[in-house]
Every structure is written in structure tokens, then in C-alpha cells.
Design a protein around this ligand. Structure first.
Ligand SMILES: Nc1ncnc2c1ncn2[C@@H]1O[C@H](COP(=O)(O)OP(=O)(O)O)[C@@H](O)[C@H]1O
Ligand SMILES: [Mg+2]
Length: 426
């Protein structure tokens, strides 16, 4: 029986994709979506939405785009790779809106764009430019956007502009050369991490969306997940995914605090930078101590129940911190086990990039940001591995410059031997 069958789910409820189907309207997400729709409806001009990475900006954007509300009433240019010069930016926007320009002279581009806007305005059709990851826009391109926002008739703005980005976007706009743009922004909103109640609802909501199934997260586990993730949805998903895997290995349909503890120990430092270091160190130390104590007890043939424990009320908690060994049943498909790094070094520990284009990513997900490209023929040592519930496998590797990231299995071939040996191979 595989993972999904075991929990009676249609799909993994905690995938790391910004899928509008799973959009959970928390207080701040709901407010942001209403503002987004309002500004377009009212032709208000400029809208900015900021939030820490993983708070749901792209999910919000996809939810906005997914509704039928604007389908026939708006032309939308979506810019997802904003490191563009003003000219490149304008051309991308025009291409997205299907506007043909005779030559790429900037004045000509702007004239063509203005004509296009006026024509659309006569038919009551809105034109919206949306930029995701807008903190990456160069200053000159932001300034160009401001100039575009000047395009208006006597009655109304011809263009709605939506900037979505990380908090540094907000702070950048306070700089002297972007002050004018800052003043243009009519509505701004911030996506906040989920509160403890929202996080609990969020987990249930995603489970229901994925088919409800028969899995239950205990309250204690949910509170712990909220504490570890600080309410950031992406981190909640990462932890929940791993915790469910731990529960599955434990043949438990209840996800308990100890499964969360197991999960957090096997999530990469890159994926959970702050949380792991600060909060989990204590739990890991405790777990390590307990494992050592168990080992010593077994070696010395002690019965653990008569081993003196200072405070018996804490014993259950402490034992909770150790996840039982995975059951040795045929039903468990070992290909799908989460991969602690230690196992890998004993097996195949190096890989070679075979794809023409591949990237190292910050997390084991196709949606995670790129750390660095990995060119064909590069050899890396594997330090961890992770299998997505859908079956795709990822390897964590370290580059010779010391950068760490995750690479998808289909881009690589596993090799026997050390990195220097393989690099030396012709
Ligand atoms: N309001 C929400 N409802 C459902 N899932 C969310 C929500 N906010 C974030 N997520 C989930 O969190 C993860 C990260 O969201 P994403 O939109 O990519 O964040 P950001 O763009 O802010 O970095 C995705 O898996 C997404 O499904
Ligand atoms: Mg995003």
C-alpha cells in the first residue's frame, strides 16, 4: 500500500506549488485578494503586495488570474523574470499583450503601447501589467513603469500596474530615486504569516482539498508545526509533507508531535534555515541523548523501565522524541522513504549532471529558487536526498565554491567513487 492509499488521499496535500485550487483565504490573503480585484475594478492605477518568501504571493497571483472575473474584461501582461532593462521590459509586455511594433525604438514602442491602451479603453477593457518578484526590477525599469503609469486620458488611468515582491521592494521604494514611484502606489498590502488558528485551519483545509482521507494532525503536532514554521505556509507544507511520511512509516494515521520532530530533522538546512538552527537543536540533542541512552541500555542489558528517570511525568515526552523504527512490512515502499544523509554516503555518494540544462535549487522542488545553474558533466557529492510524494527524487549537493542546493534526479546519473576520482575521469 503506498502513501496516498494509506491515507486515502487523491494527491499530496502539501505540494510546494502555488496552486490556486488550494488557496486558503487567511485574514491577510483574503484582504490582499480583495484589494487586488478592487484596484483593477476601480482602475486605481498602482497596487503593491509584499510578503516574506513562502507567504503565498505567487499563489495569490495565480488565484487572481484563475478567476473568470477578468477573462474577457482585461488584457494581462505577466512578467515573472523581472531582471529586465526598460526596453526589454516594454518588449516583453507588448509581446504578452500581442501588440506588434514595427521597430524597437523606445519612442515607437511607447507610441504603439499608448494607441493600444486607448483602443482598449474605448471598449472598456482593462490592461494590467503584473510583475512577480518585483524586488528584482532594476531602478531604471521601475522608473519606466512609473512613466507608463502616467498614460491616462482626462477621465481615467489607462493602465493598472501590480507589483508583487519581497519586503525589500517596499524598502527600496523609499530611496530618493524611487520616491516618485512610491507616491504613485495607491493600494499596498502585506501578506502575513498565518496565526496559530489559521495554520491549524490551513492544514485541515489542504487535507480536505486533497480528498480528506483519513489522516488527522493532532493538535499538539499542529501547534509545534506553527511554532517551527513561524506560520509561513511554504514551511508548513514542507514540515507537514515530511511529518506525514514519518507517520506513514510508523503505520499511524494520526500525525503526532514525534512525527513532526522526525520530519524537521530531515529537512535540509537550506529549506529551513532559521527554524532548524534555533528551534530544533534542542530537540535533536535530546533525541541524540535518548538514542545513546537506549543504545547503552541495550548493550548493558538494562530494562529501561527501571532506569532512574528524574521526573516520570516527562518520560512520555522524551520517548515521544524518538520515532520508532520503520515497520518491516512489504507494504512500505522503500523507494519513497525520506532520505537522511547518512544512508547515502554508505551507498552511492556522487552524481554527474547529464542534462544539458539543470539548476541547483534552494529546496527539493521545481518551484524553488535557483541557487546556481549546474552544467553538464559536473560531478557533485550527495549530502542528502528527498523523494517527493509523487515519486520525483532530489539530491542535495555542494559545489566546489561551497554553495548548496538540490538537483532533480532526472538531470543526473549516480556514480560510484569520490568526486576527485570522477572529476579526473576523461
Ligand atoms: N493562502 C494560501 N493558501 C494555500 N496555500 C498557500 C497559501 N499561501 C502559500 N501557500 C503555499 O505555500 C507555498 C509557497 O507559496 P508561494 O505562493 O510560492 O509563496 P511566495 O510566492 O510568497 O514565495 C506553496 O506551496 C503554496 O501552495
Ligand atoms: Mg513567489
Amino acid at each position: 500500500m503506498d502513501y496516498l492509499e494509506f491515507f486515502d488521499l487523491k494527491e499530496n496535500p502539501f505540494r510546494l506549488t502555488p496552486d490556486p485550487f488550494y488557496f486558503y483565504p487567511s485574514g491577510s490573503h483574503n484582504e490582499a485578494l480583495s484589494s487586488f480585484n478592487y484596484i483593477v475594478e476601480q482602475k486605481e492605477g498602482f497596487f503593491m503586495c509584499t510578503g516574506e518568501p513562502g507567504t503565498g504571493k505567487t499563489t495569490l497571483l495565480n488565484t487572481f488570474l484563475n478567476t473568470d472575473r477578468w477573462k474577457d474584461r482585461a488584457g494581462i501582461a505577466l512578467v515573472l523574470t523581472p531582471r529586465l532593462s526598460p526596453e526589454e521590459f516594454l518588449l516583453t509586455v507588448l509581446e504578452d499583450l500581442n501588440v506588434k511594433v514595427k521597430n524597437t525604438n523606445k519612442n515607437e514602442i511607447i507610441r504603439a503601447f499608448r494607441d493600444f491602451l486607448i483602443e482598449n479603453s474605448m471598449f472598456g477593457r482593462r490592461i494590467i501589467i503584473i510583475v512577480d518578484e518585483a524586488q528584482n526590477l532594476p531602478d531604471e525599469t521601475l522608473e519606466e513603469l512609473r512613466l507608463l503609469s502616467n498614460l491616462e486620458t482626462e477621465k481615467e488611468k489607462l493602465l493598472q500596474i501590480v507589483l508583487i515582491g519581497q519586503p525589500e521592494l517596499r524598502s527600496r521604494l523609499f530611496s530618493e530615486n524611487l520616491k516618485q514611484l512610491n507616491q504613485r502606489i495607491t493600494v499596498r498590502t502585506t501578506l502575513m504569516p498565518l496565526t496559530i488558528n489559521e495554520a491549524s485551519d490551513y492544514i485541515n483545509y489542504r487535507l480536505v482539498k486533497a480528498g480528506k482521507g483519513n489522516v488527522v494532525f493532532e493538535d499538539r503536532a499542529k501547534r509545534f508545526i506553527h511554532k517551527l514554521s513561524k506560520g509561513i505556509p511554504r514551511l508548513i507544507n514542507l514540515i507537514c509533507s515530511r511529518a506525514m511520511m514519518a507517520a506513514y512509516l510508523d503505520m499511524s494515521r494520526q500525525v503526532k508531535k514525534r512525527h513532526v520532530e522526525y520530519a524537521i530533522r530531515h529537512i535540509s538546512d537550506v529549506a529551513m534555515p532559521v527554524v532548524k538552527r534555533r528551534k530544533v537543536l534542542k530537540a535533536s540533542l535530546l533525541a541524540a541523548l535518548l538514542i545513546t541512552a537506549f543504545a547503552i541500555a541495550i548493550i548493558m542489558n538494562y530494562d529501561l523501565h527501571i532506569t532512574p528517570v528524574a521526573d516520570s511525568t516527562h518520560r512520555a515526552d522524551r520517548q515521544d522524541a524518538v520515532v520508532k523504527e520503520p515497520p518491516k512490512v512489504d507494504a512500505v515502499n522503500t523507494d519513497k522513504l525520506p532520505g537522511p544523509g547518512i544512508d547515502i554516503t554508505a551507498r552511492q555518494k556522487t552524481l554527474i549532471v547529464v542534462a544539458d540544462t539543470a539548476n541547483l535549487r534552494t529546496e527539493p522542488s521545481i518551484n524553488a529558487e535557483t541557487v546556481t545553474p549546474a552544467s553538464k558533466g559536473k560531478v557533485f557529492e550527495i549530502t542528502d536526498e528527498f523523494t517527493e510524494i509523487g515519486g520525483r527524487k532530489w539530491y542535495k549537493v555542494k559545489t566546489s565554491e561551497g554553495k548548496e542546493g538540490w538537483i532533480a534526479d532526472k538531470a543526473v546519473r549516480l556514480e560510484q567513487g569520490t568526486v576527485p576520482e570522477l572529476r579526473a575521469k576523461p
